[in-house]
Design a protein around this ligand. Structure first.
Ligand code: GDP
Ligand code: MG
Length: 195
């Protein structure tokens, strides 16, 4: 007998990266087109919801889904997010600050910690990640991570996804909104494909 798995209406997107790179600001920009410029730890809800229509590249059909975007409440400083944060993620955004080399060097830790927590260490190359280099609005002379360096990382880490090729990379600004919608759209689309 054929088993039909119903398509999910809810997709869980998780945002990971060092403290201060702009995860909360990116989520708020995408969710409500706001940027406060204030530094404050996320409080309250575990996630924000947003209804979107996504074109499924495999079927051509348009899917109406609710994105649950999960942001940390600042616990990333202590590297202890807990398995509930990661569990059931459909796609993950890895974020670094283009003006902070250390945040870039830590990406591999975030990637492998996630895969470990969800038990995907073996098949990890198939999991949909998107890489965001944030704060691109800052002065060029403060840049510590070149686009090329980031794209090389994406090549190395991304083999084996269904679509093949490197992890998609976006340079973003939560402050000016540059590329924020595009990055989240890619993230949601990969989640739909991966489902
Ligand atoms: P998180 O710890 O990763 O959640 O980072 P936050 O979203 O709290 O941002 C940390 C600091 O960076 C705050 O002062 C933000 O206002 C600032 N910030 C976040 N995104 C940007 C950006 O795109 N450009 C600039 N210039 N500052 C940003
Ligand atoms: Mg935050």
């Amino acid at each position: 007998p054929t088993t039909i798995t119903p398509k999910k209406h809810m997709l869980k997107l998780v945002i990971l990266g060092d403290s201060g790179v702009g995860k909360t600001s990116l989520m708020n920009r995408y969710h409500s087109q706001k940027f406060t410029g204030q530094y404050k730890a996320t409080i309250g809800a575990d996630f924000l919801s947003k209804h979107v229509s996504i074109a499924d590249p495999q079927t051509g059909s348009v899917r109406n889904v609710t994105l649950q975007i999960w942001d940390t409440a600042g616990q990333e400083r202590f590297q202890s997010l807990g398995v509930a944060f990661y569990r059931g993620a459909d796609a993950v955004a890895l974020v670094y600050d283009v003006g902070d080399r250390r945040s870039f060097d830590h990406l591999e830790n975030w990637r492998s910690e996630f895969l470990k927590q969800v038990g995907l260490e073996e098949s990890g190359a198939n999991f949909p990640f998107v890489l965001l280099g944030n704060k691109i609005d800052r002065p060029q002379d403060e840049r510590q991570v070149s686009r090329q360096l980031a794209e090389e990382w994406c090549e190395r880490s991304g083999l084996g996804r269904e679509m093949g090729g490197p992890i998609p990379h976006f340079e973003t600004s939560a402050k000016t909104a540059e590329n924020v919608d595009a990055a989240f759209l890619e993230l949601a689309t990969l989640a739909v494909i991966h489902e």
